[in-house]
Design a protein around this ligand. Structure first.
Ligand code: A3P
Length: 300
């Protein structure tokens, strides 16, 4: 195994999903050594589906008694910093930061150990066309110096074949969708597009799922709206901490905070994909999701 994990050339098919060696190693660690607590709450997503947003929302809902909105933790720290990522770093670092503990992962449901699938988990999905465009921008910034950038056309072809970090995206989404149907009390399945359209409704759903529903008093104070505003794309993107800092996930993986905030829109794919590309990707999606009851993206 070579490379720093960001290059598409360095992915391996591991139990049906394309992963970098360092990520496969973390998965083995999760299965052999990670110990969950029954109260833990997990956030799972396919890369570039709104993870950062969910981290901010879940963190501020859970910790709402600890901070005021004028001096909130998220005004001074990137959301990643309080929400350990199971796939690369030592997940126990910072894990006691929230009570209950919060963790995030991009692993598909089928690759999670039973100690995690027995806990509560929130999954967020997004129109794969927007995921593709967002991921293409992100990964080209993180390739090794000796690796040429991937053209959108190349990225598209590989994405359609499922060759994409944690791909195929359809299998990833389906793994959580099916599990959420089997255990709705354990998995809350959310869509980026619905969250954009009605954030307050989804924030209430999240709070109730995490067994921290808003009280009448909190509703009267407008707490839901305050959380929505604090975690909005515009607000987070414009904070000094997110313009300047960087998050060091491991010795080789460092991401500038501003890279987590690009456009934050529904349908940016229209600026990049041709009609043929859109039809091809929608066709694959419809085939894969056929009969599942799940609809993704613009047609939902
Ligand atoms: P775009 O590249 O389309 O702008 P992730 O956090 O899973 O890596 O996903 C990143 C995507 O979510 C990026 O999409 C980013 O701009 C968007 N995003 C980040 N914070 C957001 C927020 N608070 N609200 C909505 N979208 C957000």
């Amino acid at each position: 195994p070579r490379g720093n994990g960001w290059n598409i050339q360095h992915l391996y098919n591991y139990n049906g999903f394309w992963l970098a060696p360092v990520i496969i190693k973390s998965n083995l660690f999760l299965h052999t050594s990670f110990k969950s607590k029954p109260t833990d709450i997990y956030l799972a997503s396919f890369m570039k589906s709104g993870t950062t947003w969910l981290k901010a929302l879940m963190f501020s809902i859970i910790n709402r008694d600890r901070y005021t909105f004028s001096d909130h933790y998220l005004l001074h720290h990137n959301p990643q910093s309080a929400f350990p990522f199971l796939d690369i770093c030592d997940p126990v670092t910072n894990s006691e930061f929230s009570r209950p503990r919060l963790f995030s992962t991009h692993f598909p449901h089928t690759l999670l150990p039973p100690c995690i699938t027995s806990c509560k988990l929130v999954y967020v999905c997004r129109d794969p066309k927007d995921v593709l465009v967002s991921k293409w921008h992100f990964l080209n910034k993180h390739r090794s110096e000796n690796v040429p950038p991937l053209s959108l056309h190349e990225a598209f072809e590989l994405f359609c074949e499922g060759v994409s970090h944690y791909g195929p995206v359809w299998e990833h989404v389906l793994s959580y969708w099916k599990a959420s149907l089997e255990s709705p009390e354990k998995i809350l399945f959310l869509k980026y597009e619905e969250m954009m359209k009605q954030p307050a409704v989804e924030v209430r759903k999240l709070a109730a799922f995490m067994v921290k529903p808003f009280t009448d008093e909190e509703e009267e104070e407008g707490l839901v709206e305050k959380i929505v505003k604090l975690c909005s794309f515009e607000n987070l993107r414009n904070l000094e901490v997110n313009k300047k800092g960087a998050e060091q996930f491991s010795t080789v993986v460092k991401v500038e905070n501003h890279e987590f905030f690009r456009k934050g829109e529904i349908g940016d794919w229209k600026n990049y994909l041709s009609v043929e590309m859109k039809e091809r990707i929608d066709g694959i999606m419809n085939d894969k999701l056929n009969g599942s009851g799940l609809v993704l993206g613009s047609s939902s």
